[in-house]
Design a protein around this ligand. Sequence first.
Ligand code: PEP
Ligand code: MN
Length: 381
Amino acid sequence: MALTVILRAIGAMILILTPDIDIAGDDYRRLMDHLSHLPNIKTRIHQEIGTQQTLTEVYLVGDTAALAVAAMEQLPGVDRVVRVSEEYRILGRHRDDKRATYFDYNGVRFGQDNLHVFAGLCAVNSPEHVEAMMKALKDNGQVCTRMGAYKPRTSPYSFQGYGKACLPYVFELAGKYGIRVIAMEVTHEAHVAEIHEALEQTGHPTGVMLQIGTRNTQNFELLKSVGRQREFPVLFKRGFGITLEESLNAAEYLASEGNRKVVFGLRGMKTNMGDPHRNFVDFAHVPVVKRLTRMPVCIDPSHSVGSRESDPDGILDVFHVTAQGVIAGANMILVDFHPDPSHALVDGPQALLLEELPLFLEDVRIAREAYEKRLALINLL
Ligand code: PEP
Ligand code: MN
């Protein structure tokens, strides 16, 4: 079925409660009592605890067609009522809902209205390289990075990442240089427990955003277990050989299990049509994902392009596609850097050099400013 047809299918209803409603209070109790008497309706509560306010939503599933929006809006504690499609009903953008949505993690705000750069190592290879990277980030005012400890590789004979052995020094060095969030791929639920333990042992010097890689986009059991934990937000990468709709449904597994702190990552599609790039760059989908869902959208120019090729003027393809994604409104950039790419254990050929970090950040700033000017222009109308 075409995506638009699916999105038109009406199924669930969401009651958006008044901000900061007291769930021990009278309004909430009367509302829940009323809902419990509706025939063939099940309820599920979702709470988003932010720094500024707590948002509570009640999802009604079942025979919602029989319920009138206007009547539901009169119930105690209800601010607004929206009907949503069955598809990605938690992460999806509700019809006519233009509210800014975001989440906070370890002091960093992730939303569809801002932008963070996660420059770092594709794979951790030594404390010295991790430290050089972290220092460069701090010197350039950055508080986020990427650090691969668990690497899913095409060949079983390739380096698989240092795994839990490298976590303590990665976290300690992150703390030393003021890094607040590290994007780190996990391929098994045991990795989440290892990350949790290493953070405990080192006294939580930093935070981790769990990355679901493109090879695991439809690993539903992994998604369910990562969705059940609420400690860490998730960077969910689009599947490289499936439709956007399939990837969005897969992301919904995380939210349906309880974790709505999800960023959606575009990283290029596997097809020879994109040659000579490693993957066919799909950043034209930045606004599409923002329209269909409430997730912040990440772009990964390194894994999309896969090389350090440049145009005749010397601008690298990685810089070009980054600017294209940012000017289209991307909210996060995951990008490979390395202090010594020729000795990188994974993906050296696509890594940017530490000396290029200030240039990269300035190029991003220019593209973001252009996006903001475009936004201001459209808002004039
Ligand atoms: C990565 O970010 O290191 C990675 C392996 O990405 P992807 O899952 O998009 O290939
Ligand atoms: Mn890589």
